[in-house]
Structure formats: structure tokens, C-alpha cells
Write a protein that binds this ligand. Sequence first.
Ligand SMILES: [Zn+2]
Length: 148
Amino acid sequence: MPTHSLHLAREVVKVCGTNDPFIVADYLGIEVCYENLPSHIGGFFTRIFDSAYIVVNSEKPRAWQRAIAAHELGHALLHTQDHAFLATLNFATHSKVERQANQFAAALLIGDEVPAENESIYEFAQRMGVPVEFVQSLQKDFFMGGNI
Ligand SMILES: [Zn+2]
């Protein structure tokens, strides 16, 4: 059974006509800012009054910033809590909301791509330019042949 976050990512790609998280954020009226954050913080999402912001660590590589932006977009769309979500060194998590944000990000950035035969999930993640945790969040659906 596809989860809400996966459906939502597909809708976003359809409506926005792109899977680029920076363009999607712009489309949704979410401002993306770059700040020199401490290195263990990848970025966060916050709402200030009626405005929504994704803050990305300006010191991270571009592929990482793209992953952060996609993950934080997941929070922006899925979670209504009015507080900051931190994305730290990696995306490993046992928290339900973090897993949902990872799933959204994975579905947004990976789309319908699947690992090639004999391709490990690490190689696949590298080819897709996403953290391996994103692939792992989808892994069950991939290998169960689920329709995400
Ligand atoms: Zn998060």
C-alpha cells in the first residue's frame, strides 16, 4: 500500500512539472535560504508567521543541499508542527516524521528509477545523487515490487 508521502511526491512532480526541490519550493512559496550553519546541521524547515523557510547549510556539497531541500520540503508538506526540523550528519532515523520526510525526498528525487541488476543500494544511491537512507526508506516497496 503506497504511503501518503510517496503519493504526495508524485503529485508534486505532476503539479510543478519538475522534481527539482529548489524549483518546487519556489512554486510552493517556500523561501530557500543558505546559511553557514554548524557542520553537523544540514538544514532545517521553519515557519515564521505566515512565511515558510527552508534553511540549507551553505557549506555542504550541492548534491547534499538538494537532498536536504527535498527532505525539508517533505516536512513542509507533511507536517504541520511549528518548529524546526534538523537534518544532521546523515539521514538515518528511527523517528516517524523523519522517515516520512526521507520517503518524500526519495520519491521526489528518485522517481521511478530502480536499482539495476547487481547494483547495490549504495551504488544506486550514488548514481541518483541521494543519501543511501533515502533509498532505504523506499527499499521495502522496491523489493516487494510495490507500486510507489
Ligand atoms: Zn527532518
